[in-house]
Design a binder for this molecule. Structure first.
Ligand SMILES: Cc1cc2nc3c(=O)[nH]c(=O)nc-3n(C[C@H](O)[C@H](O)[C@H](O)COP(=O)(O)OP(=O)(O)OC[C@H]3O[C@@H](n4cnc5c(N)ncnc54)[C@H](O)[C@@H]3O)c2cc1C
Length: 449
């Protein structure tokens, strides 16, 4: 590992010569770290910029609780597209107590695996990965400028910055409203018997309820979301993908949906979702803006809960809380939020029903990661300069098929790529490891061609 001193990276002639061959990667989570590793294995140098303390785990795999499990089976979580058993083998060697290949081990173990793979590649390809600890503020040409003034020169820039921060509309309104459940110490003031209200009923809600439980909390929680849908559970074993007939893949969306429902009745919905998995990005790319908008408006909540599933044991833990009366999930739209010194009150309008008021000691925002690329300084500056643009549905930056950022005029930037969840506008499913590792492989090949 080489630490980059500010002097080395600021206009040092020796460094300039070396850096013209360096890929500059912003973000040292799974996407950035595993791209750097793959590039090194192909003989390509990179500088990996990370503002946090750890290189590798990123947001998802920095979890410390064992209750925070992977939501994809171990046997499908290899970081390498061409070595599918890599993570399962690593578990067997290092954590045999969690080594069931079709199990869902704690996410913290996956963070250790990613960090270990990065370190192993660094050791085998000395000098090819340069870790840079710092916050990237701007991309200028092929350089990245850090908040402390350092400028990292390269031949290409890859943004692997993860999802934008959660929407924090409620932030700062009251200490009773907890806008970021991932913030260190976020739950420290919640007392064991306090009632909590949770905005959102997806994966973040699941993590939060389990984290509270692990802290000895014994109160009641009410989760509210538009449709009141919660993530579905994985089956006992991996479901083989169903073969999708042509009528499920093309034609009017209503006709495709009818074909998919028929298939789900015949083969089970999990097999249907597995069938869609490898071709989702292609279907998304082929869809018109109007079709994408219809999908987002009508189908997305159902897609999300069936596509991003939870481990069966996590689903059982939630069911137990519901059966005890300690967790309830409501469908409705929040029309008002009032906060007094020690109570939060939500007014919720249920679909087709009267407004209800819900009260609790705390309100936790679990609406999930933000998706507003324009709210992140790094990308906001690119958009303002015309070097990037939002896609028509404002899901994120507009990209071409290779992951290159599109300028305001639609031209692809030859030196600027996007990798990981923020590439959703172009690919839709680019969130989970099996999808991202494939993108890493394609990008590594393109950058070393
Ligand atoms: C809670 C949670 C659980 C998940 N569980 C699973 C799972 O079980 N299986 C699965 O396949 N997928 C899971 N995912 C999906 C997950 O998004 C991907 O697996 C993957 O971790 C994404 O990694 P990333 O590197 O793209 O993003 P991130 O993990 O968000 O990493 C981005 C990194 O960039 C850094 N960064 C951002 N901006 C800057 C800047 N300006 N300067 C310097 N550094 C910066 C951040 O500090 C961060 O470390 C989960 C996601 C979450 C949020």
């Amino acid at each position: 590992m080489i630490d980059l001193s500010p002097r080395l990276w600021r206009g040092d002639p020796m460094n300039d010569a070396a850096s013209s061959l360096t890929v500059v990667i912003v973000g040292g989570g799974f996407s950035g770290a595993m791209l750097a590793a793959r590039l090194a294995e192909r003989g390509q140098a990179s500088a990996l910029i990370e503002r946090g303390d750890a290189f590798g785990p990123g947001v998802a795999y920095s979890a410390t609780l064992d209750a925070h499990r992977l939501n994809v089976r171990a046997e499908r979580m290899s970081a390498l597209a061409d070595r599918p058993g890599d993570f399962a083998d690593w578990l067997k060697a290092h954590h045999p107590d969690h080594a069931a290949p079709d199990g869902f081990p704690p996410r913290r173990l996956y963070g250790l695996y990613v960090a270990a793979r990065l370190a192993a590649v660094e050791a085998a390809h000395q000098g090819l990965i340069q870790r840079v600890k710092g916050e990237a503020l701007a991309v200028e040409g092929r350089s990245v400028v850090l908040s402390d003034g350092r400028r990292i020169e390269g031949c290409t820039v890859v943004l692997a910055t993860g999802n934008p921060a959660p929407r924090t509309a409620a932030a700062g309104q009251s200490p009773r409203i907890l806008p970021d459940p991932w913030a260190p110490g976020a739950f420290d003031r919640i007392q064991p018997n306090d009632a909590v209200l949770i905005l959102g009923s997806g994966l973040t809600m699941v993590d939060v309820v389990l984290a509270l439980q692990a802290r000895g909390w014994r109160g009641r929680a009410t989760a509210v979301s538009r449709r009141g849908l919660t993530p579905r559970a994985h089956g006992d074993h991996h479901d083989a993908p169903a073969a999708l007939p042509p009528e499920a893949l093309s034609g009017a969306l209503s006709q495709r949906l009818a074909a998919a429902r028929k298939l789900a009745r015949e083969h089970g919905w999990r097999r249907l979702m597995e069938g869609y998995r490898p071709i989702t990005a292609g279907l998304w790319r082929a869809a018109t803006t109007a079709e994408r908008a219809r999908f987002l408006r009508h189908l997305r909540p159902w897609w999300d809960v069936h596509r991003h599933r939870i481990a069966p044991e996590i689903a059982a833990a939630l069911d137990a809380l519901i059966a005890e009366g300690r967790l309830s999930v409501r469908a409705g739209r929040v029309s008002a939020t009032e906060v007094s010194a020690d109570i939060v009150t939500l007014t919720v309008s249920a679909p087709g029903g009267a407004a209800q008021t819900l009260t609790a000691a705390w309100l936790i925002d679990c609406t999930g990661p933000g998706h507003d690329a324009a709210a992140t300084p790094l990308t906001a500056a690119l958009i303002a300069a015309g070097r990037a643009r939002l896609d028509p549905l404002k899901l994120g930056l507009d990209l071409d098929e290779a992951g290159r950022v599109l300028h305001a005029d639609g031209a692809a930037d030859p030196d600027l790529f996007l990798l990981g969840p923020p590439a959703r506008a172009a690919l839709w499913e680019t969130i989970a490891v099996p999808d991202i590792r494939q993108r890493i492989e394609t990008l590594a090949r393109a950058l070393t061609a």
